[in-house]
Design a protein around this ligand. Structure first.
Ligand SMILES: Nc1ncnc2c1ncn2[C@@H]1O[C@H](COP(=O)(O)OP(=O)(O)OP(=O)(O)O)[C@@H](O)[C@H]1O
Length: 561
């Protein structure tokens, strides 16, 4: 913004600049999660967006002109210094509103952009009062402003809103009493947030991905949980299957202690934790009931991290940790895969047979290469160009209305319980074997030679395919997308694979690809067999029946903002 005025017109210019700065700055907030603090309003725990005007109306903070200050009776007002500049702040029932006390053309407000205008308690991790000692004064403060109100929160990415970064806002004042009072009030409001976890069980796989899980926990996630006052019990996994054993061995008292379980690792670790938790639920009893209330979280530190990516829209570890610490909750569909030889697995992303199964089998042998193994295994599998004979049967889902065929976002009206479109998709019987579904009427059969067969539960996003394998899949719509890729040349298959990062699986572009909406799938191999890759883990049996269970699992997430 350029403001060139003659000296005689300076007062008007300053006034107009002040207006410009305010009007430019104020719309920045658009914070989701309107406050439910102090019991004045109920929160769904999902990413709702509160327009700034509405926030001001509810919080009683100043109007966008900054002149007509009409404070609610409950609010307190104070003046702080931030980076050497005066700001006025209002503490209300919902959050904190901050505006510059004065704007001058030589002190642009833009320098303070990292400060949101309105900060809802739902998005604040903690607030503490601190005093700088006389001996070590902060270099940007006068000796009088020795008392700091430190608010731990986060800021959204400029390019990608769903990418969050933890930040600390430091508001300084000379009034120790006021700073302490504000810290206490904010702390009290945070304690009243309904969904915040207080104790978590954290499982860390130091072996997954690039073997960075320990560092991710120590440097990124743990400081966020510490700042939010969340107590964590950490367990490092020692072998394959250890995470599942730890979860299954939890006693009733331990289950009652925890608000959730967090996997720091890849999709394989998350799947182990999921299977451990659902096996407790499947066993029923009091432990099963308690386990049903536990939420799962995924802090990505693996090779693909499709679970965290699909939940949050980003692979950022800080974002995942922030969603957990802030206590977000959303429901997630879970697919139960029952094997012909007995035994079952649960998955939340995708089960694939053929190309992806062969790729996974080979990449497990190349694990010493780290995440690069997937590229090499993919190329070798493509060159081999295998296809498999199989009989596929599926149970079609209810017809899917056109409005459901769009990307799933935070506050999605398809996934949010109680919304009118939520009726789409059947609710499969809870915890029963998927094989029972075979007795139901309406199965459709296909037989042929397939390069790849996939049953996709959620969008299944990753670095390779940021829109996901199935961009229209929802977190909780009770629907599987069955992808059938018939045998074709290596070149055509390569074209198909190359198109996935741009638009996901796209049947319109390839005559040999079919996508079918269903709730259950059954596969019987004929002749030479590939193997099933269920959320990155190989199954010992290829004759399977799979069924989706709508919203079976609660996770620490709000969907993509
Ligand atoms: N200490 C350990 N030593 C060996 N294997 C382990 C250990 N801890 C866990 N595992 C196993 O390692 C497997 C892979 O782990 P994980 O999923 O975390 O990483 P990844 O496979 O590299 O990532 P992604 O699944 O996202 O591609 C899991 O199946 C898990 O059972």
């Amino acid at each position: 913004m350029k403001h060139k005025h003659k000296i005689s017109a300076l007062p008007e210019a300053l006034e107009s600049l002040e207006e410009d700065l305010r009007s430019e700055h104020l719309p920045l907030i658009a914070s989701p999660h309107p406050g439910s603090a102090l019991g004045m309003r109920k929160s769904s725990g999902n990413g709702r967006t509160l327009p700034f005007g509405k926030f001001q109306e509810e919080c009683g903070s100043p109007s966008s002109s900054g002149r007509s200050v009409d404070l609610a009776k409950t609010s307190s007002e104070a003046v702080f210094m931030v980076k050497g500049r005066r700001v006025r702040a209002w503490l209300t029932s919902f959050g904190i509103s901050i505006i510059p006390a004065s704007s001058s053309w030589w002190k642009p407000w833009a320098n303070l952009r990292y400060i949101p205008d309105a900060l809802l308690f739902e998005e604040v991790l903690s607030a503490t009062a601190q005093q700088h000692s006389q001996r070590t004064p902060c270099r940007c403060q006068s000796s009088r402003q020795r008392h700091c109100l430190i608010i731990s929160t986060f800021k959204r990415g400029r390019r990608k809103r769903c990418d969050w970064k933890p930040i600390r806002l430091v508001l300084k004042s000379s009034n120790a009493e006021m700073v302490h009072e504000w810290a206490l009030k904010i702390g009290e409001a945070i304690r009243m947030q309904p969904q915040r976890p207080s104790t978590l069980l954290v499982l860390i796989n130091p072996f997954g991905g690039a073997r960075r899980a320990r560092a991710v926990w120590r440097r990124t996630a743990s400081p966020i949980f510490n700042s939010a006052g969340v107590k964590c019990t950490t367990v490092e996994t020692e072998r394959e299957g250890h995470a599942r054993e730890v979860v299954q061995a939890l006693s009733l008292a331990e289950l009652q202690t925890y608000d959730g379980i967090v996997a720091v690792g890849g999709d394989g670790l998350f799947q182990e934790v999921l299977n451990g938790l659902l096996s407790i639920r499947g066993a029923g009893g009091k432990a099963g009931q308690v386990a049903a209330h536990l939420r799962l979280g995924h802090i990505p530190a693996g090779s693909t991290d499709a679970v965290a990516f699909s939940l949050n829209g980003t692979r950022s570890q800080a974002t995942a940790a922030l969603h957990i610490a802030l206590g977000d909750r959303t429901q997630l569909d879970v697919m139960r895969v029952d094997m012909g030889s007995g035994g079952h697995r649960y998955a939340v992303c995708v089960a694939s047979y053929g190309y992806m199964g062969d790729l996974m089998r080979l990449s497990e042998r190349l694990r010493f290469l780290g995440p690069a193994r997937y590229g090499l295994a993919g190329a070798i599998t493509l060159l081999r160009g295998r296809a498999y004979d199989a009989e596929v049967a599926f149970l079609p889902s209810d017809p899917v209305p056109e409005r459901v065929r769009r990307e799933c976002r935070a506050e999605c009206d398809v996934c949010t319980p109680g919304s009118p479109t939520r009726a789409v998709g059947q609710q499969a019987p809870f915890m029963t074997s998927s094989r029972l579904a075979l007795d139901e009427a309406g199965w459709v059969k296909r037989q042929g030679r397939y390069k790849s067969i996939m049953a996709v539960v959620t969008a299944c996003r990753s670095d390779m395919s940021t829109n996901g394998l199935a961009p229209e899949a929802h977190l909780s719509d009770g629907r599987l997308q069955l992808v059938l890729v018939r045998d074709t040349s290596r070149f055509q298959y390569l074209r198909f694979m190359a198109s996935i990062p741009r638009c996901g699986v796209c049947p319109e572009k390839f005559s040999f690809v079919e996508v079918l909406d269903c709730t259950a799938v059954c596969l019987t191999p004929r002749g030479a067999e590939s193997c099933w890759n269920v959320d990155g883990e190989l199954l010992p049996d290829n004759h399977i029946a799979a069924r989706v269970h709508r919203g079976l699992l609660d996770v620490f997430a709000r969907g993509i903002e």
